[in-house]
Design a protein around this ligand. Structure first.
Ligand SMILES: NC(=O)c1ccc[n+]([C@@H]2O[C@H](COP(=O)([O-])OP(=O)(O)OC[C@H]3O[C@@H](n4cnc5c(N)ncnc54)[C@H](OP(=O)(O)O)[C@@H]3O)[C@@H](O)[C@H]2O)c1
Length: 354
């Protein structure tokens, strides 16, 4: 019987073989899951161009979680090129510093600041939001972009499933803590305050019987599914859509003119580093998936296109690539489920004592 994890034993050669086979099968399954959701995204029509169709953002303040890499980095790029002051919220200061340095080589951009946030640590998330509150008198754009994408086996932090913590509970805490400042900004004449939750088309694959009654539901690991980690990802991305719709309902009821949107960025070439041969994987995926800068077009549109403010359909809406209104999964009990998720999230956070 194996009591100790393999990595702290000197592994016998058969264990090495088993581990290599496991890695190869795992990589293949990840690759297959991605290929199944493939949509020729590299060749999509692009009616939206951030350099032409985004509002001027001078004097505005934005924050992007996961702004150090991938779609988040490209989102920061589009926002700062329009003159915004952008907080690159990241768990890794050196990666964020490198990202900021790269962008600062461009002329005529806005300001860039680092904000430390580790979404696996609810206390840290609260602290990060409070630091931002102490530094800024306004917040115009919040982009909840960072996400846990591939993690097997499931891990639990503060009693919460890693996927749910990073992709839903922490963004909820971050948003709720920043909301008073955003509401304050929204009182200004001609304000245009937006909250963007980067979801995924994968949310359509959430289990039709999904519930959020209690922490046990939140912590569902979907072990009966062929690719459990992907199912967990789908559940959290669905939670992001429900959170978006419920937050918009609540803001509308309070007559706060903040716009909340969820979106699918498209299939974007950001996965190569989790593949066995990253350079080769990057080139193959480049042929099929969007470049990250294009992958961030839909987020840039949601964050700063003037079109959004003029059309009620964007309030609580779901966008698909590139910059188009789409249709989110619409379960019969969607609104009740969103309220259930909201209430359970609040009670989970209450128990965290943060
Ligand atoms: N790429 C696609 O095809 C695709 C498709 C649909 C939806 N999306 C969505 O798009 C968003 C961005 O994904 P991406 O493709 O750009 O992924 P990515 O390149 O892997 O970037 C993910 C970002 O999230 C950050 N992050 C992960 N765990 C974190 C934590 N505990 N605390 C703070 N930051 C954390 C990462 O930071 P580190 O650099 O420190 O790891 C990184 O900055 C995600 O919400 C994803 O679900 C992507």
């Amino acid at each position: 019987m194996l009591d100790l994890p393999l990595f702290i034993q000197k592994p016998p050669s058969t264990a090495n073989v088993i581990s290599s086979v496991y890695d190869a099968v795992r990589s293949f399954v990840i690759f297959l899951a991605m290929m199944l959701s493939f949509r020729y995204d590299r060749f999509r029509a692009r009616d939206f161009d951030p350099s032409l169709h985004m509002s001027d953002l001078k004097g505005k303040v934005a924050v992007v979680t996961g702004g150090n890499a991938g779609i988040g980095f490209s989102t920061v790029k589009h926002l700062v090129r329009r003159g915004a002051k952008v907080y690159v919220a990241s768990r890794n200061e050196s990666k964020a510093a490198a990202a900021i340095f790269e962008l600062q080589q461009e002329p005529n951009i806005g300001q860039l600041e680092f904000l430390h946030v580790d979404l696996l640590d609810a206390k840290d998330v609260k602290k990060a939001a409070e630091i931002l509150l102490s530094k800024e008198g306004r917040l115009d754009i919040l982009v909840n972009n960072a996400s846990l994408l591939i993690q097997e086996p499931p891990q639990f932090h503060q009693g919460i499933l890693d996927y749910m913590l990073v992709n839903h509970i922490s963004p909820f805490i971050f948003t709720e803590t920043l909301l008073p400042l955003m509401k304050h900004t929204a009182k200004e004449h001609n304000s245009d305050v937006r909250i963007i939750n980067v979801s995924s088309d994968a949310h359509h694959k959430a289990s039709p019987s999904i519930r959020f009654r209690n922490i046990e539901d939140i912590n569902t690991i979907y072990s009966q599914y062929p690719v459990p980690f992907y199912q967990r990802y789908c559940a959290t991305k669905f939670a992001g859509v429900l959170f978006t719709e419920e937050l918009q309902r609540r803001l509308d009821a309070e007559r706060v003119p903040i716009i909340v949107m969820a979106l699918h960025p498209g299939n974007v070439n950001t996965f190569a580093n989790s593949m066995p041969y990253p350079r080769i994987a990057w080139w193959i995926m480049r042929l099929l998936f969007m470049d990250p800068d294009v992958g961030a077009f839909t987020t840039a549109f949601a964050a700063a296109s003037p079109v959004v403010k003029e059309d009620e359909r964007y309030r609580g809406g779901y966008l698909q690539p590139i910059a188009k209104l789409g249709k989110a999964l619409d379960l019969e009990n969607g609104e009740d489920l969103a309220k259930e998720l909201w209430n359970t999230t609040e009670s989970v956070i209450l128990n965290l004592d943060i």
